[in-house]
Design a protein around this ligand. Structure first.
Ligand code: ZN
Ligand code: ZN
Length: 248
């Protein structure tokens, strides 16, 4: 279980204690292994493949030398930083599945904590937190957006604005699984719409649960910048393996 975060923001403390109170009423089970007792156990924490801090300045892929990875040197992206906490496998994969499909909404608070630490470590600057949106139909089916659950506590911890309306998804897209990078970029093209009055001159932090090729985040960042966002950074809980070379 991640330690509580001692940021001095009252709203954030209250939010954390609210969830701790709910844990007391409804004892949680570990999101990674289903052991009763906590939302995330030490054993799963130890098994998590946390991504090292030696990463490409832009996309956050692990690199051996500081600077840009080969892909970002070739193809500029629309966000300034993309950082992810862990590889999308083992207990982290189970936890995200649970957050997404099993209504285990307390996990948003749990897993916002490693994201808050990443922001601190990389000194990511923002004044508006925006979750990567779901299309309307998907949101209605699920009842909530898992990215919002991760993003909202971040806004409280840093005393910044949160908006789930600044960016909306206007096109149903088919699954990105099995698509090449170019097909992925095509699939999400013009899928989002951003609101000028919420976004203009803002430094936006985009939040999502998983990133694979980064195509969705890049399209979101592009859309935000088109309506005047001054800068866009992105954070995801996990990063799934994606072979850039093979898929081009
Ligand atoms: Zn566990
Ligand atoms: Zn890169």
């Amino acid at each position: 279980m991640f330690p509580l975060i001692g940021y001095n923001k009252p709203a954030y403390r209250i939010y954390q204690y609210l969830w701790i109170g709910l844990d007391w009423l409804y004892p949680p089970r570990c999101a990674g292994c289903d052991t009763p007792g906590s939302r995330w156990c030490q054993r799963c924490e130890n098994r998590t493949q946390v991504i090292s801090y030696s990463v490409c300045t832009i996309c956050g892929r692990e690199v051996s030398e500081p600077g840009l990875c080969v892909h970002c040197a070739k193809r500029p992206l629309n966000f300034t930083y993309l950082r992810s906490w862990a590889n999308f496998e083992g207990p982290v994969r189970s936890a995200i599945h649970r957050l997404k499909y099993r209504n285990d909404i307390s996990l948003g608070e749990t897993f916002s904590r490693p994201l808050i630490r990443l922001i601190d470590y990389f000194k990511i600057n923002f004044d508006l937190v925006v979750p990567v949106p779901l299309a309307k139909k998907r949101l209605q089916e699920r009842g909530y957006n898992q990215a919002s659950l991760l993003a909202y506590p971040i806004s409280l911890a840093f005393d910044s604005k949160f908006s789930s309306q600044a960016l909306i998804k206007i096109k149903e897209t088919s699954t990105q699984v099995g698509l090449s990078l170019n097909q992925r970029l095509e699939n999400v093209r013009n899928a989002f719409e951003a609101k000028v009055f919420l976004v203009e001159n803002k430094k936006v932090l985009l939040v999502d649960d998983v990133c694979t090729s980064g195509a969705t985040l890049d399209e979101c960042a592009k859309t935000l910048k088109q309506v005047g966002a001054s800068e866009v950074s992105a954070l995801t809980l996990a990063r799934a393996n994606f072979e850039m070379e093979k898929s081009n």
